[in-house]
Design a binder for this molecule. Structure first.
Ligand code: PAP
Length: 309
């Protein structure tokens, strides 16, 4: 592994005061730990056909979709007063492929939870995921809000102030494709193109659509995963109970998410809940930045049929 790491291009993010070192592995940038985790998953992970993959680029709605999927899949076992989501951060409830291989193997053995989350780009998924025809849910979000969310997450994780870590520099690096699992456009396009070839195994969700109509999208998610809501459940308001449980307001105010930290490098859970809004970028972007990223994304996505807000 050490020899492999030595061969990879490296980049130290200047805006992070040298605290973030990304490695370029298989055409995407990520931390050393996650390169190692992704590589290990590719070498050893054996998917089960029943696995449901929750895939995303960071900061696009992972926490939300994981919460909804977990609440939907486990609703016969737990209700909204007993669900582990009340006492554990969702990243502890749904295993992450690049970090939690042992847990996933255990879940396979016990048939306890079919969900597996990953930030790996589509071309880097372990071969068995595709060979086993696993269902894949992919969430994506408008690029400008992702840039703002990505910046604050890393900045706060490093205890840097906005003065210490200039947003403009983070923006420029993101535009060069250097961000967690970036370039962001390649990440989305990988899943988008694959979904056109295999629409039967993909559900693509947009963060903005989830915000606009959480109930319908939670229903789509449940149906796609093979856990549809019955008419009785619909009448009893089960969908609304789940969407309320997983709402930003509820999740961000839970004690565990206000004060706890999780095993991911001891990060504070509250880092996963900032504003949860559509359009916060307007508070950070100059007109020039807006034009630059709009043009960049237009160039990257043109002719693909993919439209981001
Ligand atoms: P991750 O990839 O590191 O797990 P992810 O969950 O994808 O992060 O992104 C975090 C973003 O989702 C944050 O957005 P913001 O910075 O623009 O605020 C976070 O606030 C938002 N988020 C987390 N949970 C929810 C939720 N339940 N509803 C809506 N947005 C949410």
């Amino acid at each position: 592994m050490e020899d492999m790491l030595k061969t990879l291009p490296q980049h130290t993010c200047s805006w992070s005061k040298g605290n973030i070192a990304f490695y370029k592995y298989q055409n995407f940038w990520t931390s050393q730990t996650l390169v190692v985790g992704g590589h290990l998953a590719q070498q050893t992970f054996k998917a089960e056909p029943t696995d449901i993959f929750l895939c995303s680029s960071p900061k696009t709605g992972t926490t939300w979709v994981k919460s909804l999927a977990f609440a939907i899949v486990t609703r016969q076992k737990f209700d909204d007063s007993t669900t582990p989501l009340l006492t554990k951060n969702v990243h502890e409830c749904v295993p992450f492929l690049e970090r939690d291989l042992e847990k996933i193997v255990e879940n396979h053995k016990n048939s306890s939870l079919p969900l597996v989350a990953t930030h790996l780009p589509y071309p880097s998924l372990p071969e068995s995921v595709i060979a086993s025809n696993c269902k894949i849910v992919y969430v994506y979000r408008n690029t400008k809000d992702v840039i703002v969310s990505h910046y604050h997450f890393l900045r706060k994780a490093l205890n840097l102030t906005c003065e210490d870590a200039p947003f403009e520099e983070a923006f420029e690096e993101f535009c060069q494709g250097i961000s967690g699992y970036g370039p962001y456009w390649d990440h989305i396009l990988g899943y988008w193109k694959a979904s056109l070839e295999r629409p039967d195994i993909f559900l693509l969700l947009k963060y903005e659509d989830l915000k606009k109509d959480t109930t319908s999208n939670a229903k789509r998610l449940a149906e796609f995963m093979g856990y549809p809501f019955s008419t009785e459940e619909e009448k009893a308001g089960v969908i609304e109970k789940i969407t309320s449980l997983c709402s930003f307001e509820n999740m961000s105010n839970l004690e565990v998410n206000k004060t706890g930290s999780n095993r991911v490098g001891g990060l504070e859970n509250k880092l996963y809940f900032r504003k949860g809004e559509d359009g916060d970028w307007k508070n950070y972007f100059t007109n020039e930045m807006k034009q630059k990223i709009d043009k960049l994304m237009d160039d990257k996505l043109s002719g693909t049929g993919l439209i981001l807000k």
